[in-house]
Ligand binder design. Structure first.
Ligand SMILES: [Zn+2]
Length: 147
């Protein structure tokens, strides 16, 4: 259920409860006690439904807050990554791609930095999407190897 739907349900429940309260105010004192009890049962049900819808809304908002926080973190990290040949890397002090390779597909499509795993000496593979790319060395690695 979307948060708009649950909030709409909560508003509907509160409106029903307020209508019932108005009816109770308008009841003639001489009215039968049974009618009063029936209206109180309706009131309790309307408030219970509204409470449930508000709890659902609260949970959905928490999930959205969590996703927003994750995306903020991903965006901040994305700003640190640079593309080098077929993958993304963080940069060293010289601004060169360095360290572990991140999956290009997961970064470009899902905005998630997923470290690639070396698959033998020739390829690297993403554990999430299974994208495989030829193994490549960063400029820093080539320098350390004297190439
Ligand atoms: Zn991937």
């Amino acid at each position: 259920m979307s948060d708009i739907t649950t909030i709409t349900a909560a508003i509907g429940g509160v409106k029903t409860a307020l209508d019932i309260v108005k009816t109770l105010y308008d009841l003639d004192v001489a009215t039968q006690q049974a009618e009063l009890r029936a209206k109180l049962v309706e009131l309790r049900e309307a408030l219970t439904d509204a409470k449930g819808a508000l709890i659902d809304s609260q949970e959905l908002l928490r999930e959205k807050d969590s996703e927003i926080a994750r995306l903020h973190g991903a965006l901040a990290f994305k700003g640190k990554l640079v593309r080098h040949v077929n993958a993304y890397y963080e940069t060293n002090e010289e601004g060169e791609p360095a360290g572990i390779a991140y999956c290009p597909r997961c970064e470009d499509v899902d905005h998630r930095a997923i470290p690639m795993i070396k698959n033998g000496n020739r390829t690297m593979c993403c554990p999430e999407c299974k994208t495989a790319i030829p193994f490549q060395r960063t400029p820093e690695e080539r320098r350390k190897e004297g190439r």
